[in-house]
Design a protein around this ligand. Structure first.
Ligand code: RIB
Ligand code: CA
Length: 312
C-alpha cells in the first residue's frame, strides 16, 4: 500500500524536487501540499508550489498557504540561496493552472487527516510553524498522524549560523514543539543531506531526458549550484529535502541512529541548534530517528526516475 503523505514546504529548489518525487513514485500517495514562509514569503512559496505542480502535470493535489511568520521572533527568508522568487533559474510563464485551495494550511491539514482512512505521514521540509500550530490547535489529531519525517537541523554545524540550520532557526519554538510532541519523528539534517550533491554528472543525466520538465529541473539545479558556490563555496548543491520522501520510498538507502534531540532556544550564539545526543550522555529519552548516512547513487536514481516519469 502506498504511504499517504502531506508535504509541508517552502519551495525552494530542493522542496520542488521533493514534490516531484512524492508525486511520481507509486509507493507514495501525495494527499495534499501546504506551504509556509521560509525560503521566501508564503505568498511566493505557495505560488512556487503551484508552479511546480502545473509544469509537472500534478493534478488533484490541493495546495493551501500556511503561516507567514514564525511562532515567535522575526521572519527570516533565504533569497540569497533561492532568489527573489524563491525558485529562481527557470522562467515560469504566466499564472500556473493549478489553483490555490481557499482553505488555509491548518484547515487543509485537519480536513485531510480526518478524511483519510488511516494515519498520514507529515513531511515538513521548511520551518515547522504550520506543524506546531496544528498540534497546538488540534491535539486530538495526533492520533491521525503516523509519523513526522522532516528535513531540518543537524548533528553538527548549522548553515545559517555556525550552530543552526535554516528551517529550525526560522522557528526554533516550532521545532521544539514538534520534537517534544511524543509523535514518531525522523529527522534528516545537514549532516546527511550534504551527502547528496547535485554534481554536473547528475545534472547531465537529468538533461539527457530531454523533456520540458527535465529542462526546468536543469535550470533549477544550475541556479541552485550558483548560489551554493557563491555563498558556501560548494562545488555542487546538496538537495536536502527529497531525502524525506526517498526514505519513505526506500529505507534501505539510509542508516539512521536513535537519539535524544533537543532544540536550543536561548543560546546567544546557539539559538536554533539541534542538540543530538548520539551517545546517550544526557539521560534524555532517545526518541528521534536521525539520518546519518545515505546511498547517494540510489538517491539520485530515484530523482532521475521521478523526472522521467513525470516528464512524459
Ligand atoms: O537548510 C536547508 C533547508 O532550508 C532546506 O529545506 C531548504 O529548502 C531550506 O528550506
Ligand atoms: Ca525547504
Amino acid at each position: 500500500m502506498p504511504v499517504p503523505v502531506i508535504l509541508d514546504c517552502d519551495p525552494g529548489h530542493d522542496d520542488a524536487f521533493n514534490i516531484l518525487l512524492a508525486a511520481a513514485h507509486p509507493s507514495v500517495q501525495l494527499l495534499a501540499i501546504t506551504t509556509v514562509a521560509g525560503n521566501q514569503t508564503v505568498e511566493k512559496t505557495t505560488l512556487n508550489a503551484r508552479r511546480v505542480c502545473s509544469v509537472a502535470g500534478i493534478r488533484g493535489v490541493p495546495i493551501a498557504a500556511g503561516r507567514d511568520r514564525p511562532l515567535h521572533g522575526p521572519r527570516r527568508i533565504a533569497e540569497n540561496i533561492h532568489g527573489d522568487s524563491g525558485l529562481d533559474g527557470p522562467g515560469f510563464a504566466g499564472e500556473p493552472d493549478v489553483p490555490q485551495d481557499p482553505r488555509g494550511a491548518l484547515a487543509l491539514l485537519r480536513d485531510t487527516l480526518l478524511a483519510h482512512p488511516t494515519p498520514v505521514t507529515l513531511v515538513p521540509t521548511g520551518p515547522l510553524t504550520n506543524i506546531a500550530a496544528l498540534l497546538l490547535a488540534h491535539p486530538e489529531l495526533a492520533a491521525r498522524i503516523e509519523r513526522i519525517v522532516l528535513m531540518g537541523g543537524s548533528t553538527g554545524r548549522g548553515n545559517t549560523t555556525p550552530a543552526a540550520e535554516f528551517n529550525v532557526l526560522c522557528d526554533p519554538e516550532a521545532a521544539d514543539i514538534v520534537l517534544r510532541s511524543g509523535l514518531p519523528v525522523t529527522m534528516f539534517g545537514l549532516n546527511v543531506t550534504h551527502q547528496v550533491r547535485a554534481t554536473p554528472d547528475v545534472v547531465a543525466r537529468i538533461a539527457a531526458l530531454g523533456t520540458p520538465l527535465s529542462g526546468l529541473c536543469v535550470d533549477l539545479l544550475t541556479y541552485f549550484a550558483s548560489t551554493y558556490r557563491e555563498v558556501y563555496g560548494f562545488d555542487a548543491p546538496p538537495l536536502h529535502d527529497p531525502l524525506t520522501v526517498a526514505h519513505l520510498i526506500d529505507p534501505s538507502l539510509f542508516r539512521l541512529a536513535r537519539a535524544a534531540v533537543t532544540v536550543e532556544l536561548n543560546g546567544t550564539y546557539t539559538r536554533g541548534a539541534t542538540v543530538v545526543d548520539l551517545h546517550g550522555v544526557t539521560g534524555l529519552p532517545a526518541e528521534t530517528d536521525v539520518g546519518m548516512q545515505v546511498d547517494a547513487d540510489g538517491f539520485w536514481q530515484l530523482i532521475v526516475d521521478a523526472v522521467r516519469t513525470l516528464g512524459g
